[in-house]
Design a protein around this ligand. Structure first.
Ligand code: AMP
Ligand code: ZN
Length: 493
């Protein structure tokens, strides 16, 4: 069978060129896709989830088209300092110090939590999920290479990338559309304390202070890698010096992705990434959802409804549908009303999906040209993954299905086969939605487990009020928690 990608000309918006371009993989049918993963020092918030859900949808659509995708999404478990200017404490080490845990306990706890949330959202696991701490040797090798090429310098046990020197033969700022003069004028003067030659330079390797707990030996002394380095190393290690897609949230364009480009260019002498794709932000009260400002909502709060702005809990599929109703490059504002509206639409669509299974067929089709509907649906998806337009087409089909069910419209057996296989593919495989009653036992288990974990966390913090509230609200919904010596179990009344 001819693969779908042969007749579907997918175009993607490439942030590097600012154009929509035809997607032509370097080595079709293989596609390499790298997405910057979470820094595992706290629970992922819904904003983080939006980015990962957007790329999950792309991963799924590329696979649906017949590509063989290797999807690499890293776990940042070292080297991400509190601010981007290479100062401050390592975020993970800081949390470990505050909670009196091993940094790797922090990493484990939040990595497990992240995977759990992504699976509740029905996101596929990536093909490879490499960690920064698992690739220290490769990172040291890359630093050595950049030093040998003369594009970095060592000062007092730290190594910095020499941005101005690099910019003589390449363009630092190519992705974010800036030039070095603007960047220099926009930065503060070095305060005399800094080891960097220029404020634009960024750390490839940092010397560890005596109190720094995450530390490794290197040719420059004991230290730890700079944050940008891991993505350069792990993307090229698993996808090759040149690969197809690099993604992440828009907030990572500068400096993170700009620095990645510089590091790769310095090492390999060319650009590594063919298509840079960036997802837009989820906002709350009009402001970017962000851990540092506390303007967040956690997925667990959304599923349980346990948050002041929510009138009730929402199923993960409703939340996913809400996200898919916006284009991944548009800002999406989160609110209770928006979720309620999304839920209505989702129910309308799921009801049509159910009706579709038992439609009567006729000798003719009346009410929708199914073949051209299929072309339109793929056409909008091929236009830079336009999921809101795809959903609009699915609503067209839902109207048609309702018309047939009411005896006002007609469909032939062969058209019904095309309609249902296409609807099923988009609903279940590409948008990764679920029917409300489908696989409920598993889903309920997973969702209640999230709440049990949350309650355990509250108890560990001696937050009895929250712990009791979780137990009582679950009981109100007919889910009874029982604490035993082997942990907490539940039963449904
Ligand atoms: P971090 O753990 O901070 O490195 O973030 C993980 C991912 O979440 C990155 O790709 C960020 O771009 C993305 N992200 C952070 N905040 C938001 C937001 N409000 N909306 C969408 N994506 C976000
Ligand atoms: Zn990254």
């Amino acid at each position: 069978m001819t693969p779908l990608y042969e007749k579907n000309k997918l175009t993607v918006y490439n942030s590097l060129t600012g154009n929509k371009e035809e997607f032509v993989p370097i080595n079709s049918p293989f596609v390499g896709m790298y997405v910057c993963g979470p820094t595992v020092y706290s629970d992922v918030h819904l904003g983080n989830c939006r980015t990962f859900i957007s790329f999950d949808m792309m991963f799924r659509y590329l696979e649906h088209l017949g590509y063989n995708v290797r999807y690499v999404r890293n776990i940042t478990d070292a080297g991400h300092l509190e601010n981007d200017a290479d100062e401050g404490e390592d975020k993970i080490a800081k949390k470990a110090r505050i909670e009196q845990l091993e940094p790797m306990e922090i990493v484990q706890q939040y990595t497990v939590g992240f995977r759990k949330v992504m699976s509740l959202f029905n996101a596929h696991a990536p093909s490879i999920e490499p960690t920064a701490t698992g690739h220290i040797i490769e990172q040291i090798e890359m630093v050595k290479d950049i030093l040998e090429k003369g594009l970095a310098y060592e000062v007092n046990g730290s190594v910095y990338f020499d941005v101005e020197k690099y910019n003589k033969s390449a363009h630092y700022g190519i992705l974010s559309g800036r030039n070095i003069e603007e960047l220099i004028s926009g930065t503060r003067e070095l305060d005399g304390q800094s080891e960097k030659r220029s404020p634009l330079d960024f750390a490839l390797w940092k010397k560890a202070s005596p109190s720094h707990i995450m530390r490794w030996p290197s040719p420059w002394g004991v230290g730890f890698p700079g944050w940008h380095l891991e993505c350069s190393v792990m993307s090229t290690k698993y996808l090759g010096e040149q690969f197809d897609i690099h993604g992440g949230g828009m907030d990572l364009k500068f400096p993170h992705h700009e620095c990645e480009i510089a590091q790769n260019h310095a090492t390999h002498g060319a650009h590594s990434v063919k298509y840079w794709l960036h997802g837009n932000m989820l906002t709350l009260n009009g402001k970017r959802m962000s851990k540092s400002t506390g303007n967040t909502i956690l997925p667990e709060e959304l599923f349980s409804g346990d948050n002041t702005i929510l009138e009730k809990g929402f199923h993960p599929s409703v939340v996913r549908f809400f996200m898919m109703q916006a284009h991944y490059r548009s800002v999406l504002d989160f609110s209770n009303d928006a979720l309620v509206a999304a839920e209505k639409g989702y129910i309308r669509l799921t009801e049509a999906m159910k009706k579709m299974q038992s439609l009567q067929v006729s000798k003719t089709t009346e009410g929708l040209d199914v073949a051209s509907w299929v072309d339109t649906l793929y056409g909008v998806m091929n236009d830079d993954f336009n999921t809101p337009m795809a959903i609009a087409q699915m609503f067209e089909a839902a109207k048609f299905i309702n018309g047939i069910s009411d005896g006002k419209l007609k469909i032939t057996a062969s058209d019904l086969e095309i309609l249902s296989s296409t609807m099923n593919a988009f609903f279940f495989d590409v948008l990764a939605l679920q029917l409300p009653q489908e696989g409920n036992a598993d889903k309920l288990d997973a969702a209640v487990q999230v709440l049990i974990d949350l309650r355990m966390g509250a108890r560990a913090d001696k937050n009895w009020a929250l712990s009791d509230e979780i137990r009582d609200k679950l009981a109100d919904g007919g889910i009874m928690l029982k604490d035993g010596k082997d942990g907490t179990t539940y039963s449904v009344e």
